[in-house]
Write a new protein. Structure first.
Length: 253
């Protein structure tokens, strides 16, 4: 890969075409990793150069078939401004409130990954610092303790957004997870490693043995080490796009 292509692959999307390719890529890869659920759940990404236009996966398409051109554009109120498909009813009641309350959250992912969702179904379930992957989320997870049905209105979207507050991850009781990040690469990196951390924790809990917790001082030190590896998420997304380009290049169409 040339220096120019490497730099492009390791940076956030700077135009709508790149943003569409990035979002289509993480939707397809999420499905490959069983992080999707039927044709439900939704990812949104700010259209570069705008402050109130968002790419969103449309209702009715499976993530495994998503193409860049299939993504719709909605405004901050969830109204369709570009595209031939409709938005899933609850999609932007959640996403719009998070985007409005957290302007830095240019990418918002809502999903029901199996292990994170299992953790959300445990009374008082928490992601605990018992694995290296969990440390990535040290001090970054908020918890919504009350399942309140599907988010079919602004009030529920606002309630969910208030629970996220300034954190990057919201574990939603009896439901799933919400992730907010600066761009698609960081958001997907969070989703991937959060599910891995939850999987490790659930598997360890299933042994019935006491979890080996990592000391607080070590958590603080190791979290700083992960922060120093900020380019990893972009390398990860670049690798995903290389594989998809070889195996199903139509995702970029």
């Amino acid at each position: 890969m040339s220096t120019e292509h490497l730099q492009a692959s390791l940076s956030a999307a700077t135009n709508e075409t790149q943003a569409r390719i990035n979002l289509a890529a993480i939707l397809r890869w999420a499905d490959r990793l069983a992080l999707s659920e039927g044709i439900c759940n939704h990812f949104s990404l700010l259209v570069p150069g705008t402050t109130d236009q968002f790419l969103l996966n449309p209702q009715g398409l499976h993530w495994s078939e998503m193409r860049a051109s299939d993504l719709i554009v909605v405004n901050a109120d969830g109204e369709l401004t570009k595209g031939q498909y409709a938005a899933e009813p609850s999609a932007f009641f959640i996403h719009s409130c998070v985007h409005r309350s957290r302007p830095s959250a240019k990418c918002v992912l809502h999903a029901h990954p199996p292990y994170c969702t299992a953790l959300s179904c445990i009374d008082g379930g928490r992601l605990v610092m018992c694995s290296q992957n969990a440390i990535r989320f040290y001090g970054r997870v908020a918890y919504d303790e009350n399942y309140n049905g599907a988010a079919f209105d602004d009030d529920e979207g606002a309630r969910i957004s208030s629970k996220l507050a300034d954190k990057d991850v919201l574990l939603m009781a009896n439901h799933g997870v919400l992730i907010a990040a600066d761009d698609a690469a960081q958001a997907f990196d969070h989703l991937y490693y959060l599910e891995r951390a939850a999987m490790t924790q659930i598997m360890a809990m299933n042994t019935g043995r006491r979890l080996r917790m990592i000391p607080e001082k070590v958590c603080q030190m190791a979290y700083g080490q992960f922060g120093a590896e900020s380019q990893q998420a972009y390398h990860f997304l670049a690798a995903i796009k290389r594989i998809l380009t070889r195996e199903c290049p139509e995702f970029m169409e």
